[in-house]
Ligand binder design. Structure first.
Ligand code: URA
Length: 217
């Protein structure tokens, strides 16, 4: 797997990451969603440098100009519900992409900390041989990404996969490295050292879905 860790070099990205982590600022859900979206835009811009381009001609009022433009073969797939602001950020730049949505949640069968991932809803265009961008803001254990990948594979094998995430644990990265094809790219804004016993990233930011959309039962 090719890992692109963006906060190894300081940039304005760090400002947005600090705001989503900050326990006071993150309470403003509008700002939280917009910051995730801004991070999605930056990750999308960086990953655009690895895509395939074709030379096309654009006609201006005064002449023509050849320009390399990305090929129209992107499917942007997000994991509900926390992935939605990240999806929007990516879609702001890849506005011609097709869209897919998949649900994955942690089910605790014994009401303790042990959980399994349940994938229920999947709505997608054809994926076979396309470039799949898979958006999930928090790469914690990596189990939901792997479960989602298994479900997607039944509908078609993409040519290339780009996983886009905001904060990852090192453990989660190690786990997905063993389950995704070798030519997969991981675009990650920040990497944190560990998980707690409930599978939350430490220090992380808390629950991204709740911060963006409110708590659920
Ligand atoms: N999902 C979250 O929203 N936060 C974590 O820390 C882990 C998974």
């Amino acid at each position: 797997m090719n890992i692109h860790h963006l906060s190894t070099k300081p940039s304005i990205l760090n400002k947005f990451i600090s705001e989503i982590r900050d326990q006071k600022i993150q309470k403003d859900s509008l700002r939280f969603r917009r910051n995730i979206e801004r991070i999605g835009e930056i990750l999308g811009y960086e990953l655009s440098k690895k895509l395939a381009y074709e030379t096309l001609e654009v006609t201006t009022p005064l002449g023509t100009k050849q320009i390399d433009l990305p090929k129209k073969e992107i499917v942007l797939c997000s994991i509900l519900r926390a992935g939605l602001p990240l999806h929007q950020g990516l879609l702001n730049y890849f506005d011609a992409a097709e869209n897919a949505f998949i649900s994955a949640y942690r089910h605790h069968p014994n009401k303790d900390v042990a959980f399994e991932i349940v994938v229920e809803y999947f709505a997608a265009p054809a994926i076979e041989n396309k470039i799949l961008l898979l958006a999930d803001p928090m790469l914690a254990t990596g189990q939901s990404l792997v479960a989602v990948h298994e479900a997607i594979k039944k509908q078609g094998i993409p040519k290339e996969i780009h996983i886009v995430a905001v904060i990852a644990s090192q453990e989660g990265i190690d786990f997905i490295e063993n389950h995704f094809p070798e030519n997969t790219h991981l675009w990650i804004a920040a990497i944190d050292p560990k998980l707690n016993e409930k599978g939350y990233i430490i220090p992380g930011l808390g629950d991204a879905g709740d911060l963006a959309f409110g708590t659920k039962l």
